[in-house]
Design a protein around this ligand. Structure first.
Ligand SMILES: [Zn+2]
Length: 137
């Protein structure tokens, strides 16, 4: 049977800077220069309509906003990963990012858990930002 590959994000003009930064292991958001709202894609500001925006580096720190554990493979390429988690992380700067929690058993994930970004180099073009728990020292 041919190997079924996992689908990767399609990089578009509006989010190319996000993926270019991820390749350099930096997390960036598109910031409105009027109201300060942050987005992961380049568009005019949804909150105030301002077209003056710039990409800014963010801390990569945040907390689990919500998550779920998949027990069914909705795509055959993920069948060996079952059960796996999909989470929304609320970045310290405000925006939500859909991601996976890594370096953590699924049973140990909880809403409000402190996490920080790590980068998984998947291909030459795509590096995925994922999040791991911040260990209390
Ligand atoms: Zn704005």
């Amino acid at each position: 049977m041919p190997e079924i590959k996992k689908q990767l994000p399609l990089i578009t003009a509006s989010d190319k800077a996000f993926w270019d930064a991820a390749k350099k292991h930096e997390l960036v958001m598109y910031k409105c220069l009027n109201c300060g709202n942050l987005y992961s894609q380049a568009n005019d500001c949804v909150a105030c309509g301002n077209p003056q925006m710039e990409w800014v580096k963010v801390s990569g720190k945040g907390e689990v906003f919500t998550y779920c554990i998949y027990h069914q493979p909705f795509h055959p390429a993920w069948k060996d990963d079952i059960p796996y988690n999909v989470a929304y992380v609320k970045l310290a700067e405000g925006p939500l990012l859909m991601t996976n929690i890594v370096d953590c058993d699924n049973k140990d994930i909880y809403i409000g858990m402190s996490v920080e970004v790590v980068f998984e180099d998947v291909t030459e073009e795509v590096t995925l930002p994922k999040f791991k728990p911040v260990k209390n020292t």
